[in-house]
Design a protein around this ligand. Sequence first.
Ligand SMILES: [Zn+2]
Length: 463
Amino acid sequence: MSSTPIESKNATFGIRPEWIIPLISTPAHISTLPNQSETTNSAWLENKTVVVKDDIIFDLLNNSEFDKRFPDCPVIQLDGMALLPGLINAHCHAAMNLLRGYSDDLPLHQWLETAIWPVEAKFVDEQFVYDGTQLAIAEHIRSGTTCFQDMYFMPEQVAKAVQQGGIRANVGLMVVDSLTVWARNADECISKGIAVYDQFKHDSKLTFSFAPHAPYTVSELTLQKVSTLSFELSLNIQMHIHETAREVADFEKMHGMSPLAQMYKNGLLTPQLNAIHMTQLAPHEIDWLAETGTHVIHCPQSNMKLSSGICPVDKLINAGVNIAIGTDGAASNNDLDMFAEMQSAALLAKADSMNPESFSAYQALYAATMGGARALGLDHKIGSIEIGKQADLIAVDLNTIETQPVYNPISQIVYAASREHVKDVWVAGKQLLNNRKLTQMSESKLIHIAKSWKSKIQGLSND
Ligand SMILES: [Zn+2]
């Protein structure tokens, strides 16, 4: 149903940008000094065409070679643009797009207890989750994000919206101990979650993870059940952990150890765990994360806005921990903008470590693509421009006043460009954004839906 003539008529086509940023090399093996293109460890490639066939990256050829081998193939010419793998938002609460700006400028626990949880209890239903997730999908696509990891109630509505929107997602199967709009208790969360997984598990663009909310909403026993099931079903676990100093202090008072220490003791730190936030980390806890292959999902803007603290990415990377980047929900950020998040992550790391070499532009871009793919267990499929991987690609226009001149396209993308520079987006070879226009969703309809929810929530939230 794409509006792009090239794609609708041809299963094979070429994309020929000015720069290709494959994100194949790890940050330790890359140089982004000037004039490093076309070298063995180049951060970007020039004069090349990406060949897309159906849903995959079929080949990566010199332009002249492509013209010889595929003389009848259409080519999308992207002068002045950089082509890179779609960004991966490793943590958000998509449906919370409907609560963007509902409550700001409060500490996390006060914000949750006095604003967010009451409004969620009153308004969250299947339609809320579906509509909010649709809005988030449209925002993701317009921001160059081709895959997101979600944590919210009613995951079947999230999965339906993902299928409708054409994007890729890892849908979190939310688990909390107490009564919510989704389930009566943790056991019901788990059984309903597994039913959703069974219903949608064959969709190639959908994957699932267990999403126990946090150490202060999920007991040790529940976590152990989730852990056992995650191994049996080969599902990842995503969880907010050590988001604030208060969370850690309260837990230590009750249990005599930090949440992370309890999880380490119970064998819950594994390569299947995505530990979200991690702003409070002792040196020995960083060693545990490295030793166990646990992934850290860094959400710098949410952490800054809620004054939660700073995730020590520099120390984590030096210890060998994989870092992915997430926006968190639009209620606490207040957007799903991975360009802004990359820039914040790179700048915050330097301010935190007092070292300008911390978290380079390349490392930030790597974390937002391959780092996310590794955390989600999808690095064999997405996260880089490599032959055989899914054609999840974005084109960023650098031929603009804000991004000229281009000495280094990666520097421009991380430090100068914004999400408005994303022109085209493909997921599994299908074009979802064409010259900044959504091809499968109606922007005016989505804006109308958002306004309707605002009227409803504003009109009734004081009753
Ligand atoms: Zn979150």
